[in-house]
Design a protein around this ligand. Structure first.
Ligand SMILES: *[C@@H]1O[C@H](CO)[C@@H](O)[C@H](O)[C@H]1NC(C)=O
Length: 399
C-alpha cells in the first residue's frame, strides 16, 4: 500500500467514527439498524485486515509528515552542524562565499532528513551522509546520472532464452578477474558510457582472457548514435545516452580504445580523437535480455557483466547493505553494470535475508559499498530488471 492509500484508510475510518459518534445507536430491532451495524462490522473487519497487512510489511510507512518547525528540532537531534563540519573535512568541500556555504548547509540538512526517511523506507540498507550530501536531488540527477529516459527500440535484438537449471547460487565476476576497478564519472551525466565499457571489458575478457580498461571518453566525444525510432534519443556525452546506442556505435566505428590511450576528462564537446590504429576491443553483437530474473542470471553467467538501467532514487544516500526499498520508482535514470548476485545478504534481524544483485557503479570507490551497490532480487526493485543488455566481443588478434 502506498502512503496515500494508508491515509485514505485512516481518513475513512475517522469520518466513519465522526459520522457515527454524535448519534446514539438505534435499538437493534429495526432492520435498518441491523444493516448499518452489519456494515460497520464489515468495515471494521476490512479496515483491521488492511491495517494489519500494512503493519506486517510496511509499518514503517505509517509516519507523520514533518512540518517545518519540527524539522528544525529534528535537525538539532540529528546534530546537523557537527555532521556538516565532518562532511566538509572528509570530502574536502569548501564554498566560495558565506552565502553559498549557508545554502549548502540548508541542502545538507534536508538531505539528512531524506537519508533518515530512506533508512525507514529501505531498512536493509544503510543510508546517511555521502559525498553527494550537499547537492539537491535535481542537481544530483543532472550531474551524476545520465541515462536517457527512453525505451529500447522495438526491433532490438533479443537474447536467446538460456537454460536456467544449473545456475550457481552465488556468482561474482569480480572473483574471476572480469571487472576493472571502480571508475568515477565526475560531475558529468555519462553513466551510460561506463555501463557500456564495463560490459565490453567483461565480454573482451571472456573472448581473450585479458582484462583491458576501455575508454569512456571516446564514447563521450565520438558517439552520437541516435535511435531512429525516437526523436532526441541520441547519445550526447555528459547529457546522457543509452548503452545499446553505444554498443551500436562501437560496432559501426570498428572498436574502442584503451582507457590509457584515450583518458577520461569528464568534459563535454571535445573533438573526437578516435584513432582506429589503437583499437583495443570490438563488439561482435549485443542483445536485450528479457525481464525474467533467471534469464538475467543465466545471461550474466554465460556472457559476462551486463549493462543495466536502474532508478537511482535511493543511491544518493546509500552507504551499504542490501537496498530493498518498499517503494521505488520504475523509471530508469542511471546506467550501471550488473556483475554478480548472491542468495542471501546480511540484513538486520528483523528483515529476512534477501537475495541480491551486485552492481558496479561509476561514482568512485568512496561511494557506497566500495563503489558498489547491492539491490534485492525478486521483484524488479527500482526497475533493475527492465533494461538489461548483453554484449559479445571479438578477439582483435584473430582479425
Ligand atoms: C551473439 O551471437 C551469437 C550467435 O548468434 C549468440 O549465440 C549470442 O547469444 C549473441 N550474444 C549476445 C550477447 O547477444
Amino acid at each position: 500500500m502506498t502512503r496515500v492509500e494508508v491515509s485514505l484508510v485512516v481518513l475513512s475510518l475517522k469520518s466513519l467514527i465522526s459520522f457515527l459518534n454524535p448519534h446514539p445507536l438505534p435499538p437493534l430491532t429495526s432492520p435498518m439498524a441491523r444493516n448499518s451495524l452489519f456494515a460497520l462490522l464489515l468495515f471494521a473487519a476490512v479496515a483491521t485486515a488492511a491495517i494489519a497487512a500494512i503493519a506486517d510489511d510496511d509499518d514503517i510507512l505509517i509516519q507523520q509528515v514533518v512540518p517545518e518547525a519540527e524539522a528544525e528540532a529534528e535537525d538539532h537531534l540529528l546534530n546537523a552542524e557537527h555532521h556538516f563540519a565532518s562532511f566538509k573535512s572528509r570530502f574536502g568541500k569548501s564554498y566560495a562565499t558565506q552565502e553559498e556555504h549557508d545554502y549548502r548547509f540548508g541542502v545538507f540538512k534536508s538531505n539528512l532528513r531524506r537519508a533518515k526517511l530512506h533508512a525507514k523506507l529501505d531498512p536493509s540498507a544503510v543510508h546517511g551522509v555521502t559525498k553527494f550530501s550537499d547537492l539537491t536531488p535535481s542537481e544530483f540527477r543532472r550531474q551524476y546520472l545520465g541515462l536517457k529516459p527512453l525505451r529500447l527500440p522495438a526491433n532490438a535484438k533479443k537474447a536467446p532464452i538460456l537454460p536456467t537449471n544449473n545456475l550457481p547460487k552465488n556468482f561474482d565476476w569480480r572473483e574471476k578477474g572480469a571487472v576493472t576497478g571502480v571508475k568515477d564519472q565526475g560531475s558529468c551525466g555519462s553513466c551510460w558510457s561506463f555501463s557500456t565499457t564495463g560490459a565490453l571489458e567483461g565480454a573482451h575478457f571472456l573472448s581473450t582472457g585479458k582484462l583491458v580498461s576501455l575508454s569512456e571518453q571516446q564514447l563521450v566525444d565520438c558517439d552520437h548514435v541516435c535511435d531512429p525510432e525516437e526523436r532526441g534519443s541520441c547519445d550526447s556525452g555528459c547529457n546522457g545516452g543509452l548503452m545499446n546506442n553505444a554498443f551500436e556505435y562501437i560496432l559501426q566505428s570498428g572498436g574502442i580504445q584503451r582507457e590509457e590511450d584515450y583518458p577520461y576528462t569528464g568534459r563535454d564537446r571535445g573533438s573526437c580523437k578516435f584513432d582506429k590504429s589503437k583499437i583495443a576491443a570490438t563488439v561482435s553483437n549485443y542483445s536485450v535480455v528479457s525481464l525474467d530474473e533467471d534469464q538475467i542470471a543465466a545471461n550474466l553467467v554465460k556472457n559476462g557483466p551486463l549493462a543495466v538501467g536502474i532508478n537511482a532514487a535511493y543511491m544518493q544516500t546509500y552507504m551499504g547493505g542490501v537496498s530493498c526499498p518498499y517503494i521505488c520508482g520504475k523509471h530508469l535514470d542511471h546506467g550501471v553494470l550488473l556483475v554478480g548476485y548472491g542468495e542471501a545478504g546480511f540484513a538486520p534481524i528483523r528483515f529476512k535475508e534477501k537475495p541480491y544483485w551486485i552492481i558496479k557503479n561509476s561514482w568512485g570507490e568512496s561511494w557506497g559499498d566500495h563503489g558498489y551497490y547491492k539491490i534485492c532480487r525478486g521483484r524488479n526493485v527500482c526497475g533493475v530488471d527492465s533494461m538489461v543488455s548483453s554484449v559479445a566481443a571479438i578477439n582483435p588478434s584473430n582479425q
